[in-house]
Design a protein around this ligand. Structure first.
Ligand code: F6R
Length: 603
């Protein structure tokens, strides 16, 4: 969602803020702003559009030693300069940036700010006016902040500055990510460590409902009553090259290409020195002891859950149920006696998933988070974590995280199955099979030209399309269609191939693109071929993506055959490239599709 960065005690505050915002732009990118103080009166600059627009507007005229910045993904109020953060109190003494959603903002407005003139429509402006009102009534900035935090309900990460004290940033969070970066003679605050790795590798966590006073040489953590909290720092050696595009035109293409390496990294991470699969024994016990696995996730991560369901069920013997996080937040269905919840989340910050985890913790059930981001909220709050080892994923459209999620769950399924003496698990040589998957991905990646050509023929101008498949191919079709919709804006449905004839086939007309996914299960393949014939007979223009072993003359993209548990990984690769080229040929922004944000931290 939105991204926050702040720095105090550094001569290059403006540069640090702008560079930090560039790194956070993936979290939201409809408008941005910075407030810089420390040399003369504080200055506020805001702009609609990308960070490049803000940077051009800032130029080299803003000097200061402290400041806060924000990149926005609109929730309350349309993208505009007035709605862009930072926001200021009525007297302009206080300046605030915020990530999250304040649920009771209208109530606060009515009760406390009836006589205040607000410029925009955001909940954040109401929050800073509230704090400003308390300061005008005589409270110190700290006391005013605390009092407001007691009144505000909802999710937030706040960074607040007082024009009369440019040496301090006041910070608080609840259900939205924020952490402190400890520099040499200065300190920072940021939504994501990635935006601070140029400056520091030493970080400090902030927990929900904690208030932090950040100065250039001190960081004081306290609860909302003002009681001091001891908090150590930790070192995270992130690689700067991981977050650059290198020679790639877009992050998405770089991340697609990284997938064979990610598969190999996962082999290293989840095997021991003898090459045997190695997963934390506490996690294995948690799965062994449960009577049902509930996978909770959103979007692409939800699709990865589906793609792993059959494998998990067959290797662990535990039934697996999938839940859309935003739906399960309202209420749980009837649960089994001993459930285990698995949260799949690239970012580890998705608010929809987190609200389910909060309930799961209240109910006292065990949980496992499968995430790319160690130390993320979902990781910290779950009983166990498995890391995806995919490296930072910056393009909004998730690619390498999806394949890493399936591979990570394969290690889990294999480890549990072996521990339970499951014959299928014992004979499943995961390390070997995953190496073959890495090779298969490499071979698909070498066919980019062919895939680009097919996309030009089929998807350059169409308004709609279908992906169809059966079994696991259906789950891949769901993900493939999300990817295509998300970045090319082509309306696309991922459909169970056999279900089409029960109504939706009426949408097929002359030239409708239908992309059929057919993996090497002879029964499924022959039924899927039948469904392909049905759409061809109604004028569809078909593209087939087929695994070796069931290919036929005229098929468009042939993939190496891999183990059925892992075929979703290899099958999704051409569909990622299809989405990429469709977007490119339609002249759209690959890495930053409209209306979206990478990390969805609002419910
Ligand atoms: C699509 C995409 C989203 C995310 C979803 C959940 O390409 O990335 O659908 O998968 O917003 O995010 P995480 O995995 O961070 O919980």
């Amino acid at each position: 969602m939105c991204g926050i960065v702040g720095v105090v005690g550094n001569e290059n505050a403006t540069d640090i803020l702008i560079q930090g915002l560039e790194k956070l732009e993936y979290r939201g990118y409809d408008s941005a702003g910075i407030f810089v103080a420390g040399k003369g009166a504080g200055s506020l600059v805001k702009s609609v559009g990308r960070i490049a627009d803000l940077s051009a507007k800032v130029g080299d005229k803003l000097e200061g030693t402290a400041g806060i910045g924000h990149t926005r993904w609109a929730t309350h109020g349309k993208p505009s300069e007035v709605n862009a953060h930072p926001h200021q109190s009525q007297t302009e003494r206080l300046t605030l940036v915020h990530n999250g959603v304040i649920e009771n903002y209208l109530e606060i407005k009515e009760k406390y700010l009836a006589d205040h003139e607000l410029k925009g429509q955001t909940d954040t402006e109401i929050a800073v006016h509230l704090m400003g009102r308390f300061v005008q009534e005589g409270l110190s900035t700290l006391e005013a902040f605390k009092k407001a935090l007691h009144l505000i309900q909802g999710s937030y990460a706040f960074a607040l500055m007082d024009a009369e004290d440019a040496d301090t940033i006041y910070v608080a969070k609840n259900k939205s990510p924020l952490l402190i970066g400890l520099g040499d003679g200065y300190n920072m605050v940021c939504s994501d460590a990635m935006a601070m790795i140029r400056e520091t590798s030493e970080y400090m966590e902030i927990h929900d409902k904690e208030l932090v006073i950040v100065k250039k040489d001190s960081v004081q953590v306290m609860d909302y009553e003002g009681n001091a909290i001891e908090r150590g720092s930790y070192i995270a050696e992130l690689d700067l090259s991981d977050i650059g595009k290198g020679t790639y035109p877009y992050y998405m293409l770089k991340e697609i290409d990284e997938q064979p390496t990610v598969m190999r990294k996962l082999i290293q991470a989840y095997t021991d020195e003898n090459g045997a699969v190695a997963v934390d024994s506490a996690i294995i016990s948690a799965v062994k002891e449960c009577d049902r696995i509930y996978i909770i996730a959103a979007g692409t991560s939800y699709h990865a859950g589906f793609a792993s369901k059959m494998m998990l069920e067959e290797l662990t013997g535990k039934p697996v149920e999938l839940g859309i996080a935003s739906e399960w937040g309202y209420g749980m269905p009837l649960l089994s006696q001993k459930p285990l919840f698995i949260f799949i989340s690239q970012s580890g910050e998705t608010a929809d998933s987190r609200q389910v985890l909060v309930k799961v913790n209240e109910l006292g059930f065990p949980s496992l988070t499968v995430t790319n981001v160690p130390g993320s909220t979902l990781s910290r709050e779950a009983s166990h974590t498995m890391i995806l080892h995919a490296g930072p994923e910056i393009a909004v459209a998730s690619t390498k995280a999806y394949t890493a999620q399936i591979a990570t769950l394969a290690f889990l399924a294999k480890a549990v199955g072996e521990a339970m003496d499951n014959e299928k698990a014992k004979s499943f040589d995961l390390v070997h099979e995953l190496s073959l998957v890495a090779q298969s991905i490499e071979s698909t990646l070498s066919e980019k030209e062919l895939i680009e050509g097919k996309v030009k023929e089929l998807l350059e101008t169409t308004r709609n399309a279908f992906y169809i498949g059966r079994g696991n191919d259906y789950y891949v079709a769901m993900e493939a269609s999300l990817k295509l919709k998300e970045i090319s804006y082509i309306q696309c449905e991922g459909f169970a191939a056999g279900e089409l004839k029960h109504g939706t086939i009426s949408l097929i007309e002359d030239g409708t693109p239908v992309l059929a996914l057919i993996s090497a299960n002879p029964v499924i393949a022959s039924h899927a071929r039948g469904n392909v014939s049905e759409v061809v007979a109604r004028g569809a223009q078909v593209l087939t993506i087929v695994e070796e072993g069931v290919e036929q003359e005229g098929d468009d993209i042939i993939l190496n055959k891999v183990h059925p548990y892992l075929s979703s990984i290899s099958m999704v690769i051409p569909t990622q490239l299809i989405a990429y080229y469709a977007c490119l040929h339609r002249g759209l922004d690959v890495d930053k599709p409209r209306n979206l944000a990478k990390s969805v931290t609002v419910e």
